[in-house]
Design a protein around this ligand. Structure first.
Ligand code: SF4
Ligand code: SF4
Ligand code: SF4
Length: 202
């Protein structure tokens, strides 16, 4: 299984800081949008757990600074996630319309979006848990909508001894062995590695 690496997190820093001086770096976000749109209908939020630069950033770079508290259940509620999705997408479209098609100005819209969302991810990542932002990130919501029921984690109830190690290992703090339907599972495989009974698989 492909695993997320710490190196991907560097891209977040390059786009957020380098993009201020060289706005074309913002176009990297289009590659991210395209990749997750192609993958999500078949593998749900797989991109989040294996390829997303910000996922890597929060998992490896932010994690040592995090208080690692419980992510509030409201963060996962669609009543919160849908308005955030509409707000951020509306902000992006409105700003792009006002760029008059200038390449650097469009790039700067993406850079601004990256800076805003990374700042929120850092804030919640430090005061709550590394993947707190990923519980309501608009791109996570989009992937969940496109393929949340695809490529589900399977639990072998015969083997499971209810030790809870999988839940402790889950960066999204999901009830790994309790419910079958996990549309916010990011397919990172950490629960599989943590299970002493090989009760989990994709
Ligand atoms: S939820 Fe958003 S920031 Fe988190 S890994 Fe997925 S796309 Fe990246
Ligand atoms: S349930 Fe397992 S694969 Fe899914 S996010 Fe949690 S640890 Fe990763
Ligand atoms: S780690 Fe494995 S055995 Fe333990 S609760 Fe999870 S699925 Fe069951």
């Amino acid at each position: 299984m492909l695993k997320i690496t710490p190196y991907l997190g560097i891209i977040v820093i390059i786009v957020s800081i380098g993009g201020i001086f060289y706005p074309k770096l913002g176009y990297f976000l289009l590659l991210v949008f395209a990749s997750l749109m192609i993958i999500a209908p078949f593998r749900g939020r797989w991109f989040c757990g294996n390829l997303c630069p910000r996922g890597s950033f929060v998992d490896f770079w932010l994690s040592p600074l995090s208080r690692r508290l419980k992510i509030p259940s409201q963060f996962r509620s669609m009543r919160i996630r849908v308005p955030i999705f509409i707000l951020l997408m509306g902000f992006m479209i409105f700003r792009i319309i006002n760029t008059e098609g200038l390449v650097d100005r469009i790039g700067m819209v993406f850079v601004t979006l990256c800076i805003i969302t990374t700042s929120i991810a850092i804030l919640f990542g430090v005061i709550i848990a590394p993947r707190a932002w990923c519980s309501f990130c608009p791109m996570g919501t989009l992937q969940r909508t496109l393929g949340g029921r695809k490529y589900q984690l399977k639990v072998d109830k015969e083997r499971c001894i209810d030790c809870g190690k999988c839940q402790k290992a889950c960066p999204m703090q999901l009830p790994v062995n309790e419910i079958l339907d996990k549309p916010d599972c990011i397919k990172c495989g950490r629960c599989i590695e943590a299970c002493p009974k090989q009760a989990l698989s994709f």
